[in-house]
Ligand binder design. Structure first.
Ligand SMILES: Nc1nc2c(ncn2[C@@H]2O[C@H](COP(=O)(O)OP(=O)(O)OP(=O)(O)O)[C@@H](O)[C@H]2O)c(=O)[nH]1
Ligand SMILES: [Mg+2]
Length: 177
């Protein structure tokens, strides 16, 4: 929690942050882990129709997928609230992204370093719109498959990018690595 002086106007300021990234990288889990309210989710069960379309090899436990958005909230201070909007990860739902980023001040691109390339489209999306973003590494099961410095170097040329290695966890715990 920050210790900023109270806003003299007494008004509450809110900001919108988008949580984005490829399919199954942990966006819904992240929003649920850090949100102080029960998150709104739009999960649909993945059926056999998705076999051959949805690649769940790296997340074999995944049985549902976001079909519209996730929503959560974090109170940074008494007068500053962050609203978190998680995107769907599957390309067939990407038409939602233009709506979801409207009014956002920035984005988190969540990355599973076992499949870095899956986040490139999200990076391109935010760079194209010149929306500031940071890259967060999801250390699935506590494993770091790449040295954080190597991943940082891969984004060094991206002027709008900031760095935040993170470990979203399933459940209500919050932690970073
Ligand atoms: N062990 C572990 N599993 C995780 C973590 N984050 C997500 N998962 C699991 O990975 C799978 C996908 O997580 P989701 O949060 O649904 O991923 P998503 O990015 O929202 O997926 P889509 O909305 O389908 O793109 C689920 O089975 C989660 O339980 C993590 O930090 N550690
Ligand atoms: Mg999701």
């Amino acid at each position: 929690m920050s210790h900023r002086p109270p806003n003299p106007s007494g008004r509450v300021t809110s900001a919108k942050i988008v949580i984005a990234g490829g399919f199954g990288v942990g966006k819904t889990t992240l929003v649920g882990s850090v949100s102080e309210i029960t998150p709104l989710t739009t999960e649909a069960i993945m059926t056999s129709a998705g076999v051959g379309v949805d690649d769940t090899r790296q997340v074999p436990g995944q049985t549902t997928t976001t079909v519209a958005m996730d929503f959560g909230r974090i109170s940074i201070d008494r007068d500053l609230i962050l609203y978190l909007f998680g995107t769907p990860g599957q390309t067939r739902f990407w038409f939602m992204w233009d709506e979801l980023v409207r009014g956002a001040i920035g984005a988190v691109v969540l990355v599973d370093t076992r499949r870095l390339a899956d986040c490139f489209a999200a990076i391109d999306f935010f760079e194209h719109r010149r929306l500031p973003y940071l890259v967060a590494i999801n250390c699935f099961d506590g494993m770091q498959y790449h040295d954080p410095q190597d991943v940082r170097d891969a984004w060094r040329s991206r002027a709008t990018c900031r760095w935040w290695p993170a470990t979203p966890v399933t459940g209500s715990r919050r932690s970073t690595c």
